[in-house]
Write a protein that binds this ligand. Structure first.
Ligand code: AMP
Length: 349
């Protein structure tokens, strides 16, 4: 059936289909739809469909040769089937912000928040207003007086970050490896334990939940410690942060009150930034120092791949739910409850 302007939207979840792009956290989202009894479909680039065939969680696989095929006609077909699109990291990077903004098909989440997330200065403003502790940012390379991490704009998955501790070192690495890159941020390097906190905020229940937490498995940052310090120096290795996978973490319980409050402030402030504000899954990326100070260096305003180890739920969701609850399943449940309550509009961006 198709959604028309005259008829009120159907309150039957069977009339809708959960759709996402085949990458990132798609397996989790598709399984989540299955577990909630909703139909699903995944859109895959030809040649990348093997996991979606091998792991039997997709009801339907739509193949494209190129993401450019995603035009108004393509979208129209999705709309005719009442598809609700679930964004994830690869979803946005494959289709681009502009396409996502123009999208007329139903889309779970707030589109405007993507702008706040992807623009580093807007993101900082949001996090500062939320009274989070942030790493210092240096205006220009000449100001570097301590270890800093250099992040190029649009560097996907930590690829191309590097750490230096002086202006000279900065120019040495920059000119040698990235002579044509001029869009970067210089951030104080915080020594501590990285922690990625996965939240979920439902606009229906108005409740903030902590779903799970992870740390990343990065190359070569996670392998440098496997060789002696003198060998590291001899090999002249520059630390890199290319993400390879994710590992589950459970945080010391005494930090939980702070983590809840941080998430709540981020949601609260987002309501003053744009329309419906931030809802659904999001992640605060933090480093916790030995003095237990929590520095937040980034926010992801959507499902993160770090939720993937928790397809069968996490220790936190085990405390709250009677059934295995992944973030993918939680967001499909939000959609389903919204459909049944006639409040679908509230979870669409
Ligand atoms: P990102 O791609 O921003 O999530 O970060 C990639 C990697 O860089 C992660 O291992 C982070 O822990 C690390 N990282 C990013 N920013 C900082 C920072 N300000 N201080 C220390 N490590 C950082």
């Amino acid at each position: 059936m198709s959604s028309s302007n005259q008829k009120p939207p159907s309150r039957n979840p069977d009339d809708y289909i959960i759709a996402t792009l085949g990458s990132h956290s798609a397996l989790q989202i598709l399984k989540g739809a299955r577990d909630e009894g909703m139909r699903n479909l995944t859109i895959c680039k030809r040649g990348k469909e093997r996991p979606y065939k091998s792991f039997p969680v997709a009801d339907e696989i739509v193949l494209v040769d190129d993401w450019k095929e995603w035009d108004d006609d393509f979208e129209k077909k999705l709309m005719e089937r009442n598809a609700i699109l679930i964004p994830h990291g690869s979803f946005i990077s494959y289709l681009g912000h502009e396409r996502v903004k123009r999208m007329k098909a139903m889309y779970y989440g707030t589109k405007e928040i993507l702008e706040w997330e992807s623009d580093r200065s807007m993101e900082r403003q949001w996090l500062e207003q939320s009274q989070l502790r942030l790493p210092r940012v240096f205006e220009k390379p000449e100001d570097i007086d301590r270890p800093v991490i250099i992040k190029f704009h649009g560097a996907g998955g930590g690829f191309g970050y590097f750490v230096v501790k002086s202006p000279e070192q900065f120019y040495e690495v920059k000119n040698r490896k990235y002579p044509d890159e001029h869009d970067f941020v210089i951030q104080e390097y915080i020594i501590g334990a990285p922690l990625y906190i996965h939240y979920f905020y439902s606009p229906l229940t108005k409740e903030l939940e902590i779903m799970s937490m992870d740390k990343r498995y990065e190359s070569n940052a996670d392998s440098i410690g496997r060789i002696r310090a003198e060998d590291q120096l001899a090999a002249n290795i520059h630390t890199s942060y290319t993400i390879v996978g994710n590992m589950p973490v459970v945080v010391r319980e005494s930090l939980l009150p702070d983590l809840f409050e941080m998430g709540e402030r981020v949601v609260e402030v987002s309501k003053s930034l744009c329309g419906k504000g931030l809802f659904g899954p999001f992640c605060l990326e933090a480093i916790i120092t030995r003095k237990l100070e929590i520095f937040v260096f980034e926010i992801s305003a959507r499902i993160v791949a770090g939720t993937n180890p928790f397809i069968e739920g996490s220790p936190y969701t085990a405390l709250k739910y009677r059934e295995p609850m992944s973030t993918g399943r939680r967001l499909v449940r939000d959609i389903k409850e919204a459909i049944v309550a006639g409040r679908l509009e509230e979870v669409l961006g």
